[in-house]
Design a protein around this ligand. Structure first.
Ligand SMILES: Cc1ncc(COP(=O)(O)O)c(C=O)c1O
Length: 479
């Protein structure tokens, strides 16, 4: 029989906290009949967010094109959807069951380029766009392509989304963490970037790229334009490529805040030498079509022969799935004024975004008032990275630990906390150690995706749990 230790050690090293042991335990509890509130993963439709009608109507016609000839089709579907589905079939006559060009269906790449131009008022080239099975595959393609030597590393934010730490482990690259400043709403500073770069170099690591997640997961923060510019200048100084994970670009809720893309900042700065890889997805925003696995990777400031290697890499897995490509097209080109489906689109989109905004506020304000917890109202994305304090454990001298022992000890503490929270309340969150956190701090990440009444319950249950948990830790037993 094949044993685990015969497997690729890189796979064994990779960890993916958002689907780790706590989630497995949650599934066991659910099978035993317990109610679980899944706040562990940004999977909106698993938490009762309804898909947008125009997406599903178009996909259904394309999956079963015979419907287009049905006498009642115009009674069942808005006219613009029927017209659009027919247009898609005309431009892509093979339908959803055939492979496409490796980089994706050309007119869809064109629509993505137009989407970027509309969003940022900058030129975009469809031949520098690759349609991917979700943004994850785009990020992985970039990491795989850029890592040349065992000592090559990629700078990733701490806390980060574990796609990055896990993929670096898989591809044998080194992780170079840079801390986000929690006191400054998780922004980046030159000092932090420079010191993390220099410390890595001193350890013999050669950083080749920098990942930025904006709006942030797990932090829920939105970077101001000046911060984006600062990062671009740092990448240029240090000869790094940039991977801009912008999957939450539509998820900005805070008053006065807006999404500012790296592509736009580079264009405005006249920067044409820093390679920029930007990813976007149909999984987030207001679509929440995680299961359809659609997204794109846009490459800027890369020559044609590099672009050709990325196209070859994509061709090794043939192409992205076609429903995901079509969902990406529909994200890039939603209904417009005058279309029969336009009003419904607006109503559904605005309903989803305003519910997310008010849930972010309820969660942020509620948790921020729990003694021993701190949290600002999340500005964007779908997450809150909640800091909590636990009293020192009797008999444990944490001050005598090495840094590695301290990290392991804190990972044990936040995991035990999240497990106890799950067992007692049914709330499933992810320990901060799964994303990385500054030594000496403890966090957990929760989404604010569940329905509003469940978020309100969650805040109440969390408060009661935290008070009880801390009391238990400080209780000195009589025996
Ligand atoms: C920051 C970030 N990037 C990428 C992804 C992956 O998205 P996709 O479903 O498009 O692969 C996620 C999913 O949660 C995410 O949070």
């Amino acid at each position: 029989m094949l044993s685990r230790d015969q497997l690729n050690p890189n796979l064994l090293r990779a960890e993916y906290a958002v689907r780790g042991p706590i989630v497995q335990r949650a599934q066991e509890l659910e099978e035993q009949g317990r109610k679980v509130i899944y706040c562990n993963i940004g999977n909106p439709q698993a938490l009762k967010q309804r898909p947008l009608s125009y997406i599903r109507q178009t996909l259904s016609l394309l999956e079963y094109p015979e419907l287009l000839n049905h006498p009642d089709v115009l009674r069942l579907y808005p006219a613009d959807i029927v017209k659009r589905a027919a247009m898609i079939l005309e431009r892509h006559p093979h339908g959803t069951g055939a492979y496409t060009q490796s980089t994706g269906i050309p007119f869809i790449r064109e629509a993505v380029a137009e989407f970027i131009t509309r969003r940022d008022r900058i030129p975009a080239d469809r031949n520098h766009i690759i349609l991917t099975d979700g943004a994850s595959k785009g990020a992985q393609a970039v990491l795989l392509a850029l890592l040349r030597h065992p000592e090559d590393g990629v700078m990733i934010p701490i806390p980060q989304y574990p796609l990055y730490s896990a993929s670096l482990a898989l591809y044998g690259g080194r992780q170079v963490g840079y801390f986000l400043d929690e006191r400054k709403r998780w922004q980046l500073s030159d000092e932090i970037l420079e010191s993390s770069f220099s410390e890595a170099a001193a350890r013999g690591t050669n950083p080749v790229a920098l990942v930025v997640i904006n709006p942030g997961n797990p932090t829920g923060s939105v970077l101001p334009a000046e911060n984006v510019g600062k990062i671009i200048r740092f990448a240029k100084r240090r000869g790094l490529a940039l991977l801009a994970d912008e999957v939450y670009q539509e998820n900005v809720y805070a008053q006065g805040k807006s999404f500012f893309s790296f592509a736009r900042a580079m264009d405005e700065m006249g920067e044409s030498t820093v390679p920029l890889f930007s990813i976007n997805s149909v999984s987030k925003g207001f679509l929440g079509e995680c299961g359809h696995r659609g997204g794109y990777l846009e490459l800027r400031n890369v020559p044609d022969d590099v672009m050709a290697e990325f196209a070859k890499l994509q061709s090794i897995s043939l192409c992205a799935n076609v429903d995901g490509q079509i969902a990406t097209y529909l994200m890039a080109a939603p209904p417009s004024p005058g279309d029969e489906s336009y009003e419904t689109f607006l109503k559904e989109r605005d309903g989803i975004l305003s519910a997310l905004k008010s849930k972010a506020e309820i969660l942020g304000r509620g948790i921020g008032q729990i003694p021993g917890m701190s949290l600002d109202v999340p500005e964007g994305a779908m997450y809150a990275f909640v800091r909590f304090e636990l009293p020192d454990e009797p008999g444990v001298d944490a001050a005598s630990f090495t840094p590695e022992e301290k990290t392991a000890y804190e990972a044990g503490r936040d995991t035990a906390y999240c497990l106890a929270l799950l067992e007692e309340t049914g709330i499933c969150v992810v320990p901060g150690s799964g994303f990385g956190q500054e030594p000496g701090t403890l966090h957990f990440r929760t989404t604010f995706l569940p329905p509003q009444d469940e978020i309100e319950q969650l805040v109440g249950a969390l408060k009661a749990f935290h008070i009880r948990y801390v009391r238990e830790l400080t209780t000195v037993r009589a025996w």
